[in-house]
Design a protein around this ligand. Structure first.
Ligand code: SUG
Length: 458
């Protein structure tokens, strides 16, 4: 059966599930090794604008014909986490004491970081899994405290939406310990022909936990490597992926030290195309060779040399954190953050090299997601890619696939509940916590996903 016939038979499509920006979105400088987060800590944020920017991106991609889904944000402030850390009394008392005694903890439990759903988990499409179900593992995000608070609710949200046991399989979060440090799909790329054809899974890791002493010499010196080889291998095992279906490649340590804290800050793949910077992989040739050997369709590498885009430009513009989307005529559209237009070398590379080059990328769409970008989250961070057949899409629970009506409802919901100004001092305001819970309670009804938040579960 040809690729096209295969696709039409099962209607397999990639659905981008974007994370909604939560009501407590703020700039707290929490992410070590993430240059944007570190440099914007302390700025006043605009959660309403952030959420609306995200919704506009989703809407425009839906209107262009791409399948678009949405995932709810998490319960913040996570007052339960503060209670676990010894703060007690009423919610008001917990927030006030944390603000006075441990402001860094208060900032962490208020982070709206779940918006970056590329870090929500790793997903394997059913066509690649031995049991022909879609497999999910929420990422443990143990590298930072504010993100370590996400996986439990992420797991509940994924299980609520991908509920049908016939179609979906959910795995436990990996042990939240440095050896199994996992940041989800941000370090995972599936390369294939048509989406409905078998794919090869490229897992990119920053360090090896149980390696020999020599491997330590090739680790970053300045910033942490967030993904381990052992975590990536465990996920491949959980999902039933064989050696023939997987490639494990080490990220270049110099790139991590320049602020490339996830592979998706320096490479993006879609179908047979791998768009990457020459400093993405420690062993560039070896990685490409293995991909070529294992893929059943010819790999189309699109390599951006360091002379064209420096690591600094790559990190500042987030060129590689673009979404690469397939069009029905075989071309691809690159959805770049507007910061790419602000860097001359980057914009020139987009025009003269990517668009003019001999590759399927035929057009570029520019999106303004500045509220997220200031925390180091570009268009690709904001979405979790889930390849689904028609039957799997029909088996989704809730109202999570974007339509005009859902867009209107979500926009009105944001306008009703969100603030347009949030400084770090505002995080202790008990009214913010109340507003946030009221908004989220309403959201779960709007999305029809049932009770997923700790405050709803009692
Ligand atoms: O984990 N920033 C996130 C950004 C994640 C981007 N995701 C991908 N590349 N897939 C992080 O570093 C900053 C929060 C703050 O500083 O307030 C933050 O967590």
């Amino acid at each position: 059966m040809s690729g096209a016939a295969n696709r039409s038979a099962y209607g397999v499509r990639e659905v981008n599930f974007d994370g909604l920006v939560g009501p407590t979105h703020n700039y707290s400088g929490l992410a070590v090794g993430n240059v944007a987060s570190m440099s914007h800590g302390g700025l006043v944020s605009n959660p309403k604008e952030g959420a609306l920017q995200g919704l506009l991106k989703m809407k425009s991609l839906m209107e262009a014909g791409y399948a678009q889904g949405v995932l709810p944000p998490q319960q913040r402030p996570d007052i339960g986490a503060l209670r676990d850390l010894g703060f007690s009394g009423s919610n008001h008392a917990v927030l006030t004491r944390a603000a006075a005694d441990a402001p860094q903890l208060l900032r962490a439990v208020c982070s709206a970081s779940s918006m970056w759903t590329a870090n929500a988990g790793t997903v394997t499409p059913s066509i690649d899994a031995p049991d022909r179900r879609v497999h999910f593992t929420p990422a443990n995000l143990q590298s930072s405290f504010h993100r370590f608070l996400e996986p439990q609710t992420t797991g509940r949200v994924l299980q609520a939406i991908f509920h049908s046991e016939q179609h979906f399989a959910h795995h436990p979060v990996l042990p939240a310990t440095p050896a199994f440090s996992d940041e989800g799909a941000a370090n995972h790329t599936r390369l294939c022909g048509e989406y409905g054809e078998p794919g090869v899974h490229l897992f990119v890791y920053g360090r090896q936990a149980f390696g020999d002493v020599r491997s330590g010499e090739r680790e970053p010196k300045r910033y942490p490597a967030r993904q381990t080889l052992e975590a990536s291998q465990a996920i491949a095992r959980q999902h039933g992926l064989s050696e023939a279906q997987t490639v494990f490649a080490q990220q270049h340590p110099d790139a991590i030290d320049a602020g490339v804290f996830h592979n998706d800050v320096i490479a993006v793949g879609n179908g047979p195309v791998l768009l990457y910077h020459e400093m993405a992989f420690l062993d560039e040739e070896g990685t490409l060779d293995e991909l070529r050997r294992k893929m059943t369709t010819p790999l189309i590498p699109v390599r951006v040399p360091i002379e064209a885009v420096s690591l600094e430009d790559a990190v500042a513009s987030y060129l590689f954190n673009s979404q690469l989307l397939s069009n029905p005529d075989g071309t691809m559209t690159l959805v770049v953050p507007s910061e790419c237009q602000e860097r001359e070398a980057v914009w020139r590379t987009v025009q003269d090299y990517l668009l003019a080059g001999n590759n399927p990328i035929s057009d570029v769409v520019v999106k303004d997601v500045k509220q997220s970008m200031r925390n180091g989250g570009g268009p690709a961070c904001l979405r979790l890619r889930v390849v689904l057949s028609e039957a799997e899409r029909a088996a989704l629970t809730g109202r999570v696939l974007l339509t005009n009506d859902l867009y209107e409802d979500l926009t009105a919901w944001v306008n009703r509940h969100y603030r347009d100004r949030l400084a770090t001092q505002d995080l202790a305001d008990p009214k913010l916590a109340e507003e946030s819970l009221t908004a989220l309670d309403e959201l779960t009804k709007l999305l029809q996903v049932g009770s997923v938040y700790p405050f709803q579960l009692g």
